[in-house]
Design a protein. Sequence first.
Length: 67
Amino acid sequence: MTEYSYLVLYLPRGMPRDAARRILTDHAEYGHWELARLRLNADGSRKATLRRQIIRQVRTPVSGFWA
């Protein structure tokens, strides 16, 4: 089963659409986040939920070394 970590961003109502898009794009490019949900509220503010996959490293036994 895939596990995700989530980040919630609140974007105020006065923020232009281009600025909101730029913020979400920067998070996607540099933080490896993807958009999970975007909610436009009645007052014009936006709530964006971003997610990224948690990759857990599994330690494997190495035969022949320190055994």
